[in-house]
Design a protein around this ligand. Structure first.
Ligand SMILES: [Mg+2]
Length: 405
């Protein structure tokens, strides 16, 4: 029986590498990418800065103090989005079904390819093709499941590749820090260290029940991962995968203020769903149905984002461009598509730490008290749309039914 063959590809220090591609003078020099303001945050940092203790997510001020000789660059989400799309196209041309886990990270199922030629050889050629055509360094791990492959990529970096043959997973993982297991965050790490568990081999030998007692329901998953066992499926990437909201008005309307407020409320709600699911979108579409049932839509590509302050103005601008007929409107809708995994990181450049904290606390309130608890003043006039959960947990992307208002 043949085991599965799962490939994990991850661009090395993605934002940093793109900046170096644009300006080769930055090669081999310590480089910080992120917000430049007083409260800016490091979105990405080059390997040269890491020995000074710099890491992404840290305040730019602290990073600059730790590594004063670093060049600091304000990131550009639209450039990174362009390269992210380019890499996606290259992978799509070689592998029919793949998962885009984030802007710079992919999984592909190569199972069955070994009948024709080795999967490792295939993966190596794909990696070389990406490097040749994009100019960006990328690493991969290949094994029989996603978790082991992702850890292998981390061990291969920078700009290299690694295969973990079937049956050698436990041995490969044993000497690594427990921190290398995806889903062992700081909190879990501290708990494990407190138990005296630093390396995966200790986890491998621990009774499952003991780990469950300490870590609750995550205990079992972490224990399985430590053994190199993982059955999580590849979720195929669909450009058209989207989330959307529509509203049909009880009485057709031409009240532009109300229409705009409705668009804003829908865009904010969709942006919140993105953030809740740790996703980013790269396309916004607006739909208008007039009272004569003529329906129009208009879409635009945007840099990957999940931020209200980028999505809402975009949606309003599209509406402004699309709403030309000055005829009564029956329905309006907003759709976000081109969705990938990813967090605020990509929007850290313009946004200060303050903005980031604002979103985090708004979302915390929404999570706790329901989405309707936080509404901007301009959207208060419109009644809120939908009881919205995380649409990314379920199977199909949700399209809320028309709602009467
Ligand atoms: Mg990466």
């Amino acid at each position: 029986m043949n085991a599965n063959s799962i490939l994990h590809l991850d661009l090395d220090t993605f934002f940093v590498s793109v900046e170096r591609l644009i300006n080769t003078e930055l090669l081999n020099k310590p480089l910080l990418v992120g917000g430049l303001g007083d409260r800016g945050v490091v979105a990405a940092c080059s390997y040269e800065t890491r020995k000074f203790g710099v890491h992404s997510g840290m305040s730019m001020k602290v990073a600059r103090n730790l590594c004063p000789e670093a060049t600091v660059i304000k990131g550009n989400a639209s450039t990174y989005t362009k390269y992210s799309h380019l890499i996606t196209e290259i992978i799509k041309s070689e592998v029919p079904s793949f998962e885009k886990a984030s802007v710079d990270e992919f999984y592909a199922d190569l199972t069955g390819m070994d009948r024709f030629f080795g999967t490792y050889k295939f993966a190596g050629e794909l990696r070389q093709k990406i490097i040749r055509e994009s100019g960006l360094p990328i690493s991969f791990g290949l094994s029989q499941n996603k978790v082991v492959s992702k850890i292998a990529t981390g061990e291969a970096k920078p700009n290299n590749q690694k295969i973990i043959e079937v049956g050698t997973e436990k041995g490969f993982l044993a000497p690594l820090s427990v921190k290398k297991i995806p889903m062992v965050g700081n909190k879990t790490f501290q708990k494990l260290v407190h138990l005296g568990v630093h390396y995966i081999h200790t986890l491998q030998e621990m009774p499952l029940e003991m780990l469950e007692r300490v870590l609750g329901k995550n205990g079992k998953l972490i224990w399985l991962r430590a053994q190199g066992i993982d059955h999580s499926p590849i979720i195929p990437f669909h450009e058209r995968k989207s989330i959307s909201m529509e509203r049909t008005f009880n009485k057709d309307t031409i009240d532009v203020i109300r229409l705009k407020a409705t668009i804003q409320a829908m865009a904010e709600s969709l942006a919140y769903q993105l953030r809740n699911g740790n996703k980013l979108a790269s396309t916004v579409t607006i739909k208008i149905r007039y009272s004569d049932y003529q329906t129009y839509s208009k879409q635009t590509k945007i840099p990957y984002t999940s931020a209200d302050h980028i999505l809402v103005p975009k949606a309003l601008e599209l509406f402004q461009n699309l709403y030309q007929r000055r005829v009564l409107i029956r329905l309006i809708g907003v759709r976000l598509s081109g969705i990938v995994g990813g967090n605020y990181q990509i929007n850290l450049f313009d946004d200060s730490e303050k903005m980031l904290n604002l979103y985090q606390s708004l979302d915390k309130i929404k999570n706790r008290f329901g989405e309707k608890s936080v509404l901007r003043a301009s959207t208060l006039g419109t009644r809120t749309i939908g009881g919205v959960q995380n649409p990314f947990n379920g199977e199909p992307p949700i399209v809320l039914a028309h709602r009467k208002q």
